[in-house]
Every structure is written in C-alpha cells, then in structure tokens.
Design a protein around this ligand. Sequence first.
Ligand SMILES: [Zn+2]
Ligand SMILES: [Zn+2]
Length: 305
Amino acid sequence: MSGSPVVPAYPSRVDLHTHSRRSDGVLEPRDLVAAAAVVGVRVLALADHDTLAGVRELCAPGAPELPLDLVPAVEINSVASGIEGLWEGELHILGLGVDPDSEAFEVALESQRQSRSIRFLMIVARLRDLGLPVDEGDEALRPEPGSSLGRPQIARLLVAAGHAPSVDAAMKDILARDRPAYVPRQGLGPHEAIAAIRDAGGLPVLAHFADAPARRDVVGDLISAGLGGLEVHYRHFDAETMAQMADLARALRLVPTGGSDYHGDSETYAQAHATLFVPDEDADALFASLPDGARERVRGAARTS
Ligand SMILES: [Zn+2]
Ligand SMILES: [Zn+2]
C-alpha cells in the first residue's frame, strides 16, 4: 500500500488474525499469546492456515490459564479459479470462532493440509531442478502431525541456503505465481470454505482483500454463499483503503474485523503491534455475531474479569 499510513488511535487490544508455528508463523502458540498479552492485546485470534492444532494446545485441559481471550480460528486460502483478476487466483477466508471439536471440519482441514504437503514437496523438487536446492533434511520438511506447510517455510529454507536475501524476496522472486518455482494450489473453493466454516459454527470473514470496493461482484457472490465479515482493519492497508473497506462493510452489513496477520519473519510481535489499529468495537461486533456456542469457545481471562 502506498497511501497514508494508519495512525493507531490507541494501542490495539484486539488482533483477530495471527499465525504460529503450527502453520507458517515462527512463534510457538504460547509465545505468541504471551507476546500479544504483554503489549496489551486482550482478544486474540490464532488463525493458522488449515489447522486448529495451536488452538487445541492452548485450550487443552491442564494447559496454563490464558492471559487473554483466545478466539479459535483458521485461515483457508481458497482457490477461486472461476474469478478473473485475483492475486494468485485466491481468496483468503478466515473462520473466526469455529469449533475445534468439529469432526467434519477437522476432516476438511486434514484434506487441505494433505494438499499443502503435496504442493510443498512439488515445489521442493522444482527448486532442485532449477538449481536452487534447499536442505531436504531440515525439520521444516517433517512437520508435527496436525501442522500445516506453506511457502513461507520454503522461503526460509531458500534464505538459509543462500538463494534469497530475505523471506519476502524468496516469495516474490522465486515462489510467487509466474515465478519459476510456482506450483498451483489445490483445495477448497471460496463457497466450500465458507460453508465449512459456517457448519463448524464460525463466522466466515474475507481477509485482506483490498480490491473489495472495486469488486463488489465478488463480495456479493460470497455473501450469497454465507460470508459474514470483512477484514477492514488489516495492518497492511493504508488509511484510504481502510476507510473504503469500513464503508463497504457498513453498506453490505458485514462484520468488520481486523488484525496483524503476524507471521514473524521480519519483526517482533511488538513491532507489528505498534502499527496495528483494530478498534475495540471489532471484537464487540464479532462476539455479537457469533452463535452462542462459539461465544463460549472464546477462552481466557478478559471476558470473565
Ligand atoms: Zn491470507
Ligand atoms: Zn494470514
């Protein structure tokens, strides 16, 4: 984004979009929670790609009490093959408040994770053919059961092998669509992702789609499929985009949400948080929109204190 930067009106107490090591983030779930709590976040959604493993660990019986409210969440990078002009042909759908105990949802996520593993290994093989080999003995290629693989983990291996100066550069120059090591994603389409999230008791939210104001056709189609929210207060939006997104959410009666999309490659959580502005009202609107069961799934101290 190249417009005016967003100036946070106060330090955000809400972050509804983060990633941990259970997908392509760098922090352990518990360390992410601690880092968010220490800078004042009271409501945090852990939205790993295609997995609730981190959420389950944090909420397991006997796990230490959480210092904040944790919203169980996922991010599904849906394959929107029928829609022209999308970045990498994908629409990213957050599922906020989904039930970590839903067996049907877990089956769908496991299938997504298998597609990710196959794609990951195809990219590693492609890199070998291109003369850009990565360390195939690295533990990143053998994730724990329930964790999911993605291109940022390959980007880190490319940096470690000296083939790219940074994760961002590896993504942009080697792994992105139209770059030599790109392998298309397989998996759920946007309507399927939305239906799966609804069936699991969550709110489906369209993530970081800056083109939304110009692509009301796309957003309208997703609403007809059950979309319930729009990520308005996204950390990488400029002020103008954020204002347009807020107007659109209001006009289309979508719940506005916001978050950092923190992965942790180039900054600490505190550094990311310093440029994040998610109004408290986003959490209130989310809680108001969730079905009763989903509200009860939000674990932690803040809601009960
Ligand atoms: Zn995304
Ligand atoms: Zn994300």
